[in-house]
Design a protein around this ligand. Structure first.
Ligand SMILES: NC(=O)c1ccc[n+]([C@@H]2O[C@H](COP(=O)([O-])OP(=O)(O)OC[C@H]3O[C@@H](n4cnc5c(N)ncnc54)[C@H](O)[C@@H]3O)[C@@H](O)[C@H]2O)c1
Ligand SMILES: O=c1ccn([C@@H]2O[C@H](COP(=O)(O)OP(=O)(O)O[C@H]3O[C@H](CO)[C@@H](O)[C@H](O)[C@H]3O)[C@@H](O)[C@H]2O)c(=O)[nH]1
Length: 436
């Protein structure tokens, strides 16, 4: 099938590559000509493990190309995906400017039956508005072209984008017409995953509900971690014990410095905004956001209790991206931690395997080290903020020999506390009993 994907960021690029891998003839379109050009040459504009190899393979196979000019691509394709960004507006709502722009472009362009598939994360009702816009544009040029609007939200995680897109837990398709359902069924015929057919509105809500629920799990354990530190319990053991109940599950109960990234913070805010404008208050979700907003402050409070005044202290920060496996620093907890440390006069030296170039632009006054050992040289405390495997597997015995004070604040409970202690470190995890 001929498929066009508009917007080739994390989601659009991954969708383009995986649809090509499924055997479709795909053209990716991006308003940023530099991105389209890079992708066309087989280079990803971001880091995502394994994706670049398959990108090159698909281009070489002739099933995937990229362009900065969408009109011809839209005209040629039976299915047109929208995968543009939907960032937070100042009031917390999803900024849908790019989605409306794409809808107008589609309405101005299509000449034959087209299935317009929305993959961006958008509030309930967006599909209907897209339909109105396409219709207006068609009427404006006196054209009577049949089309359907479908919602097909994306659930991939950064760092595991390819794996998630090729082997999803489920595919959710919200479609009103039988004709659109048949096209979507053909498109995903070779994906081995349960397909949930819903209305457009249900599919739109499923995406926000899923992210909000995962964020809730994280804030729940993070809040309990605070109580564990007061009561002498270990949140990691508590979460393990909870998760053994099949109704609860082990996933997303990892306490830490809070969730970041381009999705959870913005999608929780967008759902809260949607509730407000519809006259509902989501008190539970408000608390989820509040726990997350205060989690880095809570973590730093512990650092202060142990180190005292941070002014002039040499602090190593390891891990800057919002999670391992990506170079994405959007809403990364590390950014708030760096800002607070600098504000209090600490001398900060940081290292991250992928995120330093982007963070350096935002926070130039930090010293960026060439590796983790160099970052820890003469440090009076080490803050592990992102649990990159490379950082977890460091020779911590060797590192102990380089620091001034062997104090580590493991913000992700990723290190082995016993091994760290045996290597000489004073180890502080998150929610692991009373401070010693
Ligand atoms: N990043 C994720 O892990 C993830 C996962 C699931 C869903 N989502 C959702 O998917 C959507 C896209 O997210 P992303 O992270 O890929 O965003 P992104 O910012 O990485 O990419 C968006 C791309 O769209 C392009 N664009 C903007 N307007 C355009 C236009 N009019 N025509 C063509 N291209 C245009 C931009 O240049 C950019 O390359 C968002 O709604 C997001 O919430 C993201
Ligand atoms: O137990 C956990 C799990 C995650 N996190 C943090 O939560 C954030 C988000 O992590 P993750 O969900 O793995 O990454 P994303 O790439 O943001 O993916 C989420 O957001 C995407 C965009 O909507 C969705 O498609 C995915 O299903 C959803 O998992 C990161 O800061 C993690 O460190 C925790 O603190 N504890």
């Amino acid at each position: 099938m001929k498929v066009c994907v508009i917007g080739t960021g994390y989601v659009g690029a991954t969708t383009s590559v995986t649809l090509a891998a499924l055997g479709h003839d795909v053209v990716g379109v991006d308003a940023d000509p530099r991105k389209a050009e890079l992708l066309g040459r087989g280079t990803l504009p971001f880091f995502e493990s394994g994706l670049e190899d398959l990108l090159r393979e698909m281009i070489a196979a002739g099933r995937l190309r990229f362009t900065g000019n969408g009109s011809q691509a839209i005209r040629d394709c039976e299915v047109v995906f929208t995968a543009v960004g939907t960032p937070s507006a100042p009031d917390g709502s999803a900024d849908l400017t790019a989605v409306w722009e794409v809808a107008r472009q589609i309405g101005r362009t299509i000449t034959d039956y087209t299935v317009v598939v929305n993959k961006s994360t958008v509030p309930v009702g967006t599909g209907e508005r897209v339909e109105e816009i396409v219709l207006q544009e068609l009427q404006g040029r006196g054209a009577d072209v049949p089309f359907d609007v479908v919602s097909n939200p994306e659930f991939l995680r950064e760092g595991k984008a390819l794996e998630d897109a090729l082997h999803p837990d489920r595919v959710v398709i919200g479609a009103a017409s039988q004709r659109a359902r048949e096209v979507m069924a053909r498109l995903y015929a070779d994906v081995v995953a349960p397909v949930l057919w819903t209305t457009v509105r249900d599919a739109e809500m499923i995406k926000y509900a899923s992210n909000a629920f995962l964020a809730t799990k994280i804030s729940f354990v993070n809040e309990l971690a605070r109580l564990c530190e007061r009561t002498g319990a270990d949140i990691a053991q508590v979460a393990r014990g909870m998760g053994m109940d099949g109704r609860i599950g082990q996933a997303f109960l990892q306490a830490g410095v809070g969730y970041g990234g381009s999705c959870f913070p913005k999608d929780v805010d967008a759902l809260l905004h949607l509730a407000r404008v519809n006259g509902e208050r989501l008190g539970l979700l408000e608390s989820v956001a509040e726990v997350n907003r205060t989690q880095t402050g809570w973590y730093l409070e512990k650092v202060r209790r142990v180190l005292g005044d941070l002014a002039g202290k040499r602090v190593a920060v390891l891990g800057l991206t919002f999670k391992p496996g990506t170079d994405d620093i959007r809403e990364a907890p590390a950014l708030r931690i760096l800002a607070a440390l600098l504000d209090e006069g600490a001398q900060v030296c940081a290292y991250d395997p992928q995120g330093m170039a982007a963070v350096r632009k935002l926070v130039p006054s930090v010293v960026y080290a060439s590796d983790a050992y160099a970052a820890m040289e003469r440090a009076e405390a080490v803050l592990l903020v992102t649990e990159w495997q490379e950082l977890v597997e460091l020779d911590w015995q060797r590192a102990f020999g380089q620091v001034k004070e062997g104090i580590v604040f493991d913000g992700r409970n990723a290190l082995d506390a016993d091994k760290m202690t045996a290597a000489g470190w004073r180890y502080y995890g998150v929610g692991k009993g009373r401070l010693r």
